[in-house]
Design a protein around this ligand. Sequence first.
Ligand code: ADP
Ligand code: MG
Ligand code: ZN
Length: 480
Amino acid sequence: MKSYETVIGLEVHVELATKTKIFCGCTTQFGGLPNTHCCPICMGLPGTLPVLNKKVVEFAVATGLATNCKITRHCKFDRKNYFYPDLPKAYQISQLYYPICRDGGIEIETTAGKKVIGIHEIHMEEDAGKLIHDPLENCTLVDYNRCGVPLIEIVSEPDMRSVDEVIAYLEKLRLILQYLGVSDCKMQEGSFRADINLSVRKIGAEEFGTRTEMKNMNSFKAIARAIEAEQKRQIELVCCGGSVVQETRRWDDGRNTSFAMRSKEDAKDYRYFPEPDLAALEISEEWIAEIKAREPELREAKMLRYEKEYKIPEYDAKILTSSKKMADLFEETVEICGRPKEVSNWLMVETMRLLRETGMDAEELLLKPEKLAVLIELIDSGKINRTVAKEVFEKIFREDIDPELYIKEKGLLMVQDDRLLKEAVERVFERNKQSVADFLGGKERVFGFLVGQTMKELKGKADPGKVNALVKEALQNHIR
Ligand code: ADP
Ligand code: MG
Ligand code: ZN
């Protein structure tokens, strides 16, 4: 097994965040009642004509520029002909001969170091509808809402060699697209999905092996598992003197295995021809320069600025910029309450923990910067302690509660009054005479216990530092 290497190239489909579809005015909104987001154009009725949405071209160019591609200034659309019930026109408008972007690449970083993954091309196309299999009625239904939603397809070179590299590439790509505002890249809604082309070859071999393709993978975990399994399957095949068949395979994540789909699908029978209903595009240098000038700050630049401007560690900057949403939240909260390191801690620790716990994607975060800022100010002014703050934060995260109101209603304000604190210590000493005696007898460990009991007596609503000092003081009084 060790003497083989895996070669992987990806085709990534990205649904663009335009308001309307690529060739008509219908909404691109996800979901909706079936067949309510369509019109004669996106349903492919005869006699209709497509009109290109300029925003799609702009987003494609922006993506190309951010991924170091050359922009094809004279580019065209082509028809890819095939029949499938989710494609009512029986052809997809795509780009074969003159894709809008070519010859780019992005740098990824894995534990093995830095590496550039080439991008062969990026082309624009329209999405197809969706088939819904209804097991109860034993029939298949079709929803055309997704027909004509704009896509770009980003085709990599076969430059990746491991799961780590694939995940690093996909994460980097997704982040660029999100920062550009070109797509929300919600994988569970299918707006960012990858076809994995994979082959194996003997280490040192010049030629690539025969590849298989696994289409429409939309979870990083499933992608990792599919690659592991497929490379193993192929190596076992060639090791035993067999050979890999070029085919499309379907990954079944539940069963952790893949199945061959019809390999006929790979026969290139599309009969592409230039799309006669759309004029060729002439993209001006000026427009490209304009799009470049509008490019927002991307991750690397943001990381450096965070370290410099907010004086936070590189580690923090890396985590905070790992999603656009998190970076925005950070900047907006600091804008309100300052304290960048404190804000960073809440995002890096508690927010990340709750995201993991709820299985949510950072992009789905509903946390509002105003509320986090209020919480930080409540801690700063000594109104609540950190234990209470964590509880309140979780409530904000999950239920978007008003922190001040919640604290008031639940009586979570810290006990500030020295007299009340001292009384609590006295009650605890009264109830734990033996422990107090033990301490005075030299058992210093008991100190922590007494502090803990006092905090409990105060229902956690006290400043632990202060309680510490008061317990110490009370013990000294006993010595005297
Ligand atoms: P097609 O037009 O059939 O989709 P392409 O040549 O455009 O094929 O390649 C599609 C994807 O497959 C690209 O991402 C490319 O990097 C990848 N690819 C091509 N050959 C191999 C191979 N032998 N092993 C792994 N990936 C490959
Ligand atoms: Mg392909
Ligand atoms: Zn339409």
